[in-house]
Design a protein around this ligand. Structure first.
Ligand code: NAP
Ligand code: MN
Length: 287
């Protein structure tokens, strides 16, 4: 490889294991090579874009595997829902995307992240979340945990668990658990209870709480009854911990950048992915 090749603009292309995803990856590699780019699996000094082919889960995993780089991502949906995706896996849509990319007719949508510290006896686990952090009990037991905001005691939650969601994650698990959909231009942290107990024995908030992303420090202090184990789930990745005494959640000092084509609109996306079954413009049933 000569010097010229090293100087070429680079795009990282990641695909999941589906045949259709691998085919789209080949097509994308050919098209980017033909306009003078090179492509790779890993991020290089001259990487300017990461393309994720798959579903939302693939995007979440790719961002984590690549260590939350400051480079924009673009998602091609071959998954089920594809809330993060901008195009479907067709050559026509790929050409529209490449044209838009070369002509810079796109926008960058910055996703606010959570920063999470899970503090155990011997170590602190530090991580970021795009959608959410879930804290729950081990083996379906009732979880009990103190919730503190900016040093103020709020409640001792009892129930299945708590979801700490970003605005981006508001349409995911948070929504299934009865939380609100939040426009992803807002930097907030939404705390949503999963099956909260509200009786004379245990009292928990039964609705979501929404905090400003800036200047909110959340502390969760597990209260152990028998075994000293909790489960944390960050963007779908589950971990089991023993003797965690505190979990801190705050707005991260960084974002994940998503490349959006010029017709992107958050609420149109919500409608298309959640409610639309019939296209009143073309009189066609949804495919
Ligand atoms: P998964 O079980 O396949 O995800 C469940 C669904 O959530 C999939 O349809 C996924 O889209 C969709 N999704 C992910 N992020 C979303 C977002 N920001 N807005 C709207 N929908 C979204 O697991 P996964 O694909 O690895 O995704 C992990 C996420 O699943 C977690 O972050 C959590 O939010 C969610 N989850 C939801 C529930 C629930 O609703 N009861 C339970 C556990 C986890 P794709 O089909 O495109 O992958
Ligand atoms: Mn999935």
């Amino acid at each position: 490889m000569g010097c010229m090749n090293n100087m070429a603009r680079n795009v990282v292309i990641k695909s999941n294991e589906l045949e259709i995803s691998k085919n789209i990856k080949k097509i994308l590699i050919d098209k980017f090579l033909s306009v003078g780019f090179n492509t790779s699996e890993e991020i290089r000094d001259n990487t300017e874009l990461v393309i994720s082919i798959g579903g939302d889960g693939s995007f979440l995993r790719n961002v984590r595997d690549l260590n939350f780089p400051d480079i924009p991502f673009f998602c091609v949906n071959t998954g089920h829902l594809g809330f993060f995706a901008e195009i479907l896996p067709t050559e026509k849509e790929i050409d529209i995307f490449i044209d838009a990319y070369l002509n810079s007719t796109y926008e960058i949508n910055e996703l606010y992240l959570l920063e999470v510290d899970i503090k155990g006896k011997d170590e602190v686990n530090h991580t970021y979340a795009i959608n959410e952090l879930v804290v729950r009990g081990n083996q379906s037991r009732t979880a009990h945990m103190g919730l503190h905001v900016n040093g103020n005691y709020m409640e001792t939650f009892s129930g299945d668990g708590l979801i700490m969601s970003t605005s981006t994650g508001s349409t995911a698990y948070n929504y299934s658990a009865g939380g609100s959909i939040v426009d992803n231009r807002l930097n907030i942290i939404q705390i949503t209870p999963i099956s909260p107990i509200s009786t004379n024995a245990f009292r928990s908030f039964t609705s979501s709480i929404i905090l400003p992303g800036q200047d909110s420090e959340i502390a969760i202090k597990p209260e152990y009854k028998s075994e000293h184990t909790i489960i944390t789930v960050v963007d779908g990745q589950e971990h089991k911990f023993n003797d965690v005494y505190e979990i801190n959640v705050r707005n991260a000092n960084k974002t994940v950048k998503l490349l959006r084509l010029s017709d992107y609109e958050f609420w149109d996306r919500v409608y298309m992915k959640f409610l639309k079954t019939y296209d009143y413009k073309t009189n066609e049933a949804r495919i």
